[in-house]
Design a protein around this ligand. Structure first.
Ligand code: HEM
Ligand code: ISQ
Length: 154
């Protein structure tokens, strides 16, 4: 599947904007996941002993940022190589973490929706459908790689 320079640029530019406010958008991203799929709450250790999303959890923040960075990296690879290649060890690790936590395929749509909505809110007026499509495609390809690795695990 082709990915254009324009699409890559849209993802990179919007990520640069989002980076200015990591505490806010990482919290928003996580909150949206829980809003869209309240049951997914129980998968995450951040919420083990509370009903509220912790406002200042460094691990939550770091993981949320990683999801965005990896999606952004996927956009770059899609344009350069036409496919997403995740380092083998990273992919194996992420595959096993997600299997162990009980993540299943439909959850990936939830995270996608939350990710796209987070981008939209963060970007504001400069947001557009093409940007949305570029993030969506980069995410889908990355998710496909992780899902395939999860199936290997089972
Ligand atoms: C953990 C990335 C999809 C649920 C993680 C970690 C990363 C990550 C980097 C941290 C691993 C570590 O260092 O321990 C991604 C990416 C995804 C994705 C790039 C999609 C492209 C999902 C989905 C779910 C999910 C669909 C289900 C709602 C979790 C959970 C953890 C986790 C429960 C463990 C967090 C904890 O409690 O410590 N993910 N993830 N992830 N992910 Fe994902
Ligand atoms: C881990 N995997 C997917 C999405 C996430 C969002 C916030 C924190 C951690 C995550």
């Amino acid at each position: 599947m082709g990915f254009t320079e324009k699409q890559e640029a849209l993802v990179k530019e919007s990520w640069e904007v989002m980076k200015q406010n990591i505490p806010e958008f990482s919290l928003r991203f996580f909150t949206l996941i829980i809003e869209i799929a309240p049951a997914a709450k129980n998968l995450f250790s951040f919420l083990k002993d509370s009903n509220e999303v912790p406002k200042n959890n460094p691990r939550l923040k770091a993981h949320a940022v990683k999801v965005f960075k990896m999606t952004c990296e996927s956009a770059i690879q899609l344009r350069e190589k036409g496919e997403v290649v995740v380092a083998d060890t990273t992919l194996k690790y992420l595959g096993s973490v997600h299997v162990q936590k009980g993540v299943i395929d439909p959850h990936f749509e939830v995270v996608k929706e939350a990710l796209l909505r987070t981008v939209k809110e963060a970007i504001g007026e400069k947001w557009n459908e093409e940007m949305n499509g570029a993030w969506g495609e980069a995410y889908d390809q990355l998710a496909a790689a992780i899902k395939a690795e999860m199936k290997e695990e089972l």
